[in-house]
Design a protein around this ligand. Structure first.
Ligand SMILES: Nc1ncnc2c1ncn2[C@@H]1O[C@H](COP(=O)(O)OP(=O)(O)O)[C@@H](O)[C@H]1O
Ligand SMILES: [Mg+2]
Length: 356
């Protein structure tokens, strides 16, 4: 990468989260930054030398803004653009056309994916919300835990004083229910109990471990397909936590796939990739691990789709609703995010974790 474009310093532009194109006086792209490469799904080499107007649909407005910028009629102008991107179809963009006041490179275009921006805002909101939720649950669990011991103890003492077996049945109910609540409360508090153990994590070791655990449970009818990008580097993290997180997701998939397992058509795909220039929880990262856990089951029930990461939300009989909460907690402890995209026949849980 040349640090200067006819004296215009461009190397700093590679650090920007927004895509930037620098155009010459003919509207030809002379420089594209790293974010532009990932936005267009094109290499810098492929972008540079192309006419900027050929990159977008209905580029008339862009052309007009370009002409005005060349005449230095304004310093910057905002507009909406539509990009046709290989594989993903039309992508709406918010663009800023800025005049650089140089005859050789008169115009710079800055581009943001509109949906991307909306998504980042939404993710930030969800993150704050889930942290508040967890705090609430933890405090509540603590408050329940203490009196629960007292209730159980008192019921036991009472039982010792009772002569009638019939009445002892009642104290047995109290004791049993108190024990059940105790187990629930312990599970709510569990993720915060065990100290984190941080080491080098190889995500494929994590996946393999989960795969063999789940296959041991479902030896027939379930295919767990590996689709690994073995170039994904190791990162610092808690291996056991990540195994638990991925295991919870794959176990949910296996539960949702019950019919498919009986029919022998059930499939879970574990896919790893390396993503570039991603924003996770308000932070921008150059590289991130992109792990997908995809199943061909019936999909997450519509009525709980927005809430499945909340504690105690479950769509199945006897579910605790803690599996995904725990998975989310562990992923967030790795500065990552977890999201889901689900429709009948295809449910895709995605985990993104920053890479070094
Ligand atoms: N792969 C999946 N396919 C369909 N539904 C799912 C899937 N994963 C999770 N769910 C739904 O999300 C709910 C919450 O999952 P979870 O937090 O692990 O709690 P639990 O498994 O105890 O119900 C599940 O009960 C299920 O309804
Ligand atoms: Mg579960």
């Amino acid at each position: 990468l040349s640090a200067a474009l006819g004296g215009l310093r461009v190397e700093g532009l590679d650090l920007l989260a927004s895509a930037v194109l620098v155009l010459d006086e003919y509207g030809i792209v002379r420089f594209a930054n790293a974010s532009a490469e990932s936005l267009f799904h094109l290499s810098r080499r492929a972008l540079q030398g192309q006419s900027a107007f050929a990159l977008f649909r209905h580029a008339d407005e862009l052309k007009a803004a370009f002409d005005e910028a060349c005449r230095q009629a304004f310093s910057d102008k905002r507009l909406h653009l539509l990009l046709e991107r290989q594989g993903t179809g039309w992508v709406p963009l918010a663009g800023v056309v800025a005049a650089l006041y140089r005859p050789d490179f008169p115009v710079l275009i800055e581009l943001h994916e509109i949906e991307q921006q909306l998504k980042v805002d939404r993710e930030e909101r969800l993150l704050d919300q889930s942290q508040a939720n967890r705090e609430l649950v933890r405090n509540l669990a603590h408050e329940i835990k203490n009196p629960l011991g007292g209730i159980r103890g008192a019921a036991q003492l009472l039982e010792g004083e009772l002569d009638s077996a019939e009445l002892r049945e009642y104290t047995q109910v109290i004791i049993k229910e108190a024990d059940r609540l105790q187990v629930l409360v312990d599970r709510l508090l569990a993720p915060h109990r065990r100290p984190r153990v941080v080491g080098d994590v190889n995500i494929h070791e994590v996946c393999e471990r989960v795969r063999s655990l789940v296959l041991a449970e479902h030896p027939k009818g379930l295919a767990i397909v590996r689709d690994y990008d073995i170039s994904a580097p190791e990162f610092r993290g808690d291996r056991e936590q990540l195994i638990q997180a991925v295991l919870n997701i794959v176990q949910n998939a296996a539960q949702a796939l019950r019919e498919g397992i009986e029919a022998g058509t059930a499939k879970v795909i574990l896919r790893t990739r390396v993503a570039r220039q991603v924003t996770l929880a308000k932070q921008r990262y150059r590289l991130a691990l992109d792990l997908h856990i995809v199943d061909n089951g019936p999909g997450v029930p519509e009525e709980i789709r927005d809430r499945i990461f909340y504690p105690l939300v479950s769509g199945r009989e006897g579910g605790s609703g803690l599996g995904l909460t725990l998975a989310q907690t562990f992923v967030q402890q790795h500065d990552g995010v977890i999201e889901v995209d689900s429709e009948p026949g295809r449910t895709d849980f995605r985990i993104l974790i920053p890479l070094p």
